[in-house]
Design a protein around this ligand. Structure first.
Ligand code: FES
Length: 99
């Protein structure tokens, strides 16, 4: 990994991402980490991020790496996500206040 260490990397474990082998993506990242490659300060799994159309997806800090593959996931994570992560709970609260 480069000098720009990511704080949070989470592989989606939602239904759509799981159906498109997100478990394998997570294993690739864990294997790399076990071999000494520092992926992030915190590497884990997350629930659906609402970007199922582009699955499988990986959260990288406040963005999402979309449509990644086992072959490209490490370099994709290193480059960072392109789709901004949406805080759905905050969005729901904001919408409730409008009603
Ligand atoms: S299941 Fe992964 S973004 Fe929805």
């Amino acid at each position: 990994m480069s000098d720009s260490l990511k704080k949070i990397v989470q592989v989606c474990k939602g239904k759509s991402c799981s159906a498109r082998n997100s478990d394998q993506l997570y294993r690739v990242l864990l294997d790399a980490q076990d071999k000494g490659c520092v992926i992030a300060e915190e590497l884990g799994r997350c629930d659906c991020m609402g970007a199922c159309t582009y699955s499988p997806n990986v959260r990288v800090d406040d963005h999402i790496v979309v449509s990644t593959t086992p072959e490209s996931v490490i370099s994709d994570v290193e480059r960072g996500g392109t789709l901004p992560l949406i805080d759905h709970e905050a969005l729901d609260r904001a919408l409730e206040n409008l009603i």
